[in-house]
Design a protein around this ligand. Structure first.
Ligand code: NBP
Length: 474
């Protein structure tokens, strides 16, 4: 009987395209789906692309896999993933591998990995980015799990991943939930990147007075420079598009309420748990949330605003480009800070430069810029922040006047730019000699005897605020 090198269960858009990608690369692939019609449709439609071994039952599916078995789950994240694991794990043997390519929360992946490890089964939580097109033509792949499992899986995954300059956009991220953690932060950065681009559009429209088609041209120009990226490229496409039904710019007929699926929210929740400031990502999540509160917005529509002005200089678009580049540096610096904090907390030993490398192709945030991040980590692998890398520090210094002007203009004319503003505040906070946190500590000691440390000697102190205000050591 012919055996498959790998199997995919869950054949909706992602699983189907991933299975086709494997088959197109010459890997015989077993395919299975809860509803057998999807399996049949895949083989009928795309059977000519390679060797597919369709299975109707879990037993047939597992029996068709060569050993050690490699089984990829591509089902809806959450309870369906547990249901599929419960169905397949009893049919597997020690040394077999279950790859979860869904968008699982890393804590779930840690739980599942620990449970399956007890049974000798490798559980490989794997972030896959690039949507359905990426899954078919080459995604960015972020596998976690044991180093041993990567030996058996890595060559296959690297084969079907996107390639940039011949380097696959796939590497072993680290143990247990590391892959899904990095995918989560990748998505958080994606939220931030998209929000900053949206703010740039809004300012070009309302401060510089440009029409969507003109803004598309601005983005096209930006895409030939340091901002070159998939997101800037598709932004130009969307802005240049005209609605066939009305003849209006497409962007003007789309309801302005953005949706989210949860990975951005998880990035922020996790950052709060780890104590990592990711204001840029948080503002991006909140901006979508604000947009979706139609009732709140309707009730607030008549609140007074400034006499609507415009930007007062012709070079405003160039200033926005600088503000966007600087804020983007901040977004990535915050995301990588979270990856480093997660890595330290869970003992993953994640190589940040390698993450920048595997995001250069296949995924939504693919960009020329990631080469810079890779170079920054090559120059100093243990840098606490990307902001101080020579290239980025110089770019921030060069951008800062324009960045401040853009944030000030947005505030003056009443165009919301929370992403730009929080990025600049983060930059200025990190630069500051002294922060008002000293006053915060004084207040905390006053009302709660929370104590404070001093700049001039070690120890914890408390002032007797309700008494004679002498200072005591606590
Ligand atoms: P969906 O997330 O829409 O899930 C549909 C699949 O899950 C179908 O195969 C369905 O089987 C199966 N399924 C469900 Br629902 N409940 C099940 C259960 N209890 N037992 C067995 N199978 C069950 O598919 P997708 O959009 O292809 O995404 C797959 C995974 O990839 C998700 O975790 C998603 O978050 C992740 N992801 C998606 C993208 C993207 O761009 N779409 C990108 C990156 C990652 P059925 O046919 O029998 O209903």
């Amino acid at each position: 009987m012919e055996t498959a090198r790998i199997g995919v269960t869950g054949l909706a858009v992602m699983g189907r395209n991933l299975a086709r990608n494997l088959a197109r690369h010459g890997h015989p692939v077993a395919v299975h789906n809860r509803t057998a019609a999807r399996t049949k449709a895949l083989v009928e439609e795309f059977g000519g692309e390679g060797t597919f071994l369709p299975a109707e039952t879990a037993e047939q599916f597992v029996a068709s896999l060569e050993r050690p078995r490699r089984l990829v789950i591509m089902v809806k994240a959450g309870a369906p993933t547990d249901a599929v694991i419960d169905e397949f794990a009893p049919l597997l043997e020690p040394g077999d591998m279950i790859v979860d390519g869904g968008n699982a929360h890393f804590a779930d992946t840690r739980r599942r990995e620990a449970a399956l490890r007890e049974r000798g089964i490798h559980f490989v939580g794997t972030g896959i980015s690039g949507g359905e097109e990426g899954a078919l033509h080459g995604p960015s792949i972020m596998p976690g799990g044991s180093a041993e499992s990567y030996e058996a899986l890595g060559p296959l995954l690297e084969d079907i991943a996107a390639k940039v300059d011949g380097t696959p956009c796939c590497t072993h991220v680290g143990p247990d939930g590391a892959g899904h953690f990095v995918k989560m932060v990748h998505n958080g950065i994606e939220y931030s990147d998209m929000q900053l681009i949206a703010e740039s559009y809004d300012l070009l429209r309302h401060a510089a007075g440009l029409a969507p088609a003109e803004i598309a041209e601005v983005f096209r120009t930006w895409n030939t420079g340091r901002l070159e990226s998939y997101l800037i490229e598709i932004t130009a496409e969307v802005l240049a598009h005209t609605d066939a039904a009305t003849g209006k710019p497409f962007v003007d007929v789309v309801l302005d309420q953005a949706e989210q699926k949860g990975t951005g929210r998880w990035t922020v929740q996790t950052a709060l748990d780890l104590g990592v400031p990711v204001g840029g990502i948080a503002e991006a999540v909140f901006a979508r949330s604000v947009s979706g509160h139609a009732d709140l917005r309707e009730a607030s529509r008549n609140l007074p605003g400034p006499a609507r002005g415009t930007a007062d200089d012709a070079g405003f678009a160039d200033k926005v480009e600088k503000a966007l580049y600087a804020s983007k540096i901040v977004a990535y610096a915050q995301g990588f800070h979270e990856i480093q904090a997660g890595s330290a907390e869970y003992g993953w030993d994640i190589d940040s430069g390698a993450m920048a490398t595997i995001w250069r192709g296949g995924c939504i945030i693919r960009a020329r810029f990631l080469d810079r991040i890779r170079a920054a980590y090559e120059a100093d692998p243990s840098t606490p922040t990307l902001l101080t890398d020579d290239h980025f520090a110089e770019a921030l210094g060069d951008a800062q006047d324009a960045w401040r002007d853009v944030v000030a203009t947005a505030a003056r004319i009443g165009v919301p730019a929370p992403g730009f503003a929080t990025a600049l505040a983060y930059y200025d906070s990190l630069r500051a000699d002294r922060l008002p946190a000293a006053l915060t500590q004084g207040q905390r000691d006053f009302f709660g005897a929370h104590t404070y440390r001093r700049v001039d000697r070690d120890g914890s102190f408390h002032t007797l605020w309700g008494g004679d205000r002498t200072e005591v050591t606590s």
